[in-house]
Design a protein around this ligand. Structure first.
Ligand code: NAD
Length: 293
């Protein structure tokens, strides 16, 4: 039985770790807030009281943490993964972090003899629960092959996209497209409402034509009802658009619409909407139009 250490048992990591247990892996979990470890134990996993304890006997180590500094700390600190796991084990970071951080961690991990993959996901909490995440994987082909049984236990679309860091680059592009599409759907809704159009009928016909997209399919009805329970929090999408704009700048790639939607997401956070679903970009459009009163 393969032992998998899983660090970061939050909205995404909790159900992903539980699905690994279901698929027959021996899962040892660690999370900073301990009640999340109890949930994994209830699901049939084992708990650890530190990162070092979780990783010491694992063949595979997974992190699912909020941001780049969290992953750096857990991977590189004295009591972290690289200093305490068995050499030759495979380290897979599934968090969304900067491509440059993923590359630096990969370099240090490889120097110590570890296999390493960056494998961020798309599909949200429901995708994590249903084990049908999209997984974009950066790293070597042989490490990708080794990790496949893990990915198949938590995802359904699993693609090796290139060397270390590539998974995170693809994820940044994903977050650009998602944010931009939500913003356009939000602007269309406010425009339609201003003309008193029956928005539900409008969404139906728009979804069937060239304007059709997954945001219209999955989010338009909750947006029309002004329900913004997350889902994916504005705060996290704001982080991801920071990764995108910084990485684009480093590569001298100009992303005018990406930069604009990044500012609009930042404005939501600044207005106290950081804990809402990212479809709350609609509230930002209403504020810009003076229609939020
Ligand atoms: P979350 O905040 O719910 O979970 C993160 C967990 O990590 C928390 O339980 C926290 O206690 C734990 N943690 C933080 N620092 C730690 C440390 N040093 N040691 C141990 N545990 C620590 O976040 P989430 O929504 O599960 O997202 C995780 C990652 O996945 C993020 O990078 C996010 O951008 C990405 N992601 C999220 C979604 C989504 O819909 N929520 C979708 C795709 C990708």
């Amino acid at each position: 039985m393969t032992t998998v250490a899983f660090i970061g048992l939050g909205i995404m990591g909790g159900p992903m770790a539980a699905n690994l247990v279901k698929a027959g892996f021996d899962v040892v979990g660690y999370n900073r807030s301990p009640q999340k470890i109890d949930n994994l134990v209830k699901a049939g996993g084992r708990g650890a009281s530190s990162v070092s304890e979780a990783v010491k006997d694992a063949e595979i180590i997974i992190t699912m943490l909020p941001d780049s500094p969290d992953v750096e700390e857990v991977a590189l600190a004295k009591d972290g993964i690289l200093a305490n796991a068995k050499p030759n084990s495979l380290y897979i970071d599934m968090s969304t972090i900067k491509p440059s951080t993923a590359m630096e961690i990969a370099k240090q991990a490889q120097e110590k003899g570890f296999g390493v993959l960056d494998a961020p996901v798309s599909g949200g909490e429901q995708g994590a629960i249903d084990a049908n995440l999209s997984i974009m994987v950066g790293g070597s082909a042989s490490d990708f092959e080794k990790a496949k049984p893990i990915f198949e236990a938590v995802g359904s679309t699993i693609v090796h996209v290139g060397p270390s860091g590539s998974g995170q680059t693809v994820k940044a592009a994903n977050q650009l497209i998602v944010a931009g599409t939500i913003e356009l759907v939000a602007e269309a809704i406010v425009f339609l409402e201003a003309y008193g159009v029956d928005t539900e009928s409008a969404v139906k016909v728009l979804a069937g034509g060239l304007a059709g997209n997954r945001i219209l399919d999955r989010k338009a009805s909750s947006m029309l009802a002004r329900q913004f329970k997350p889902g994916f929090r504005v705060e996290l999408h704001h982080k991801d658009l920071g990764i995108l704009t910084e990485s684009a700048r480093q590569a001298q790639v100009i992303i005018p619409l990406g930069a604009l939607v990044s500012e609009l997401m930042a404005s939501l956070k600044a207005n106290g909407n950081g804990d809402l679903d990212h479809s709350a970009l609609l509230l930002g459009v209403e504020r810009l139009c003076g229609r939020d009163k």
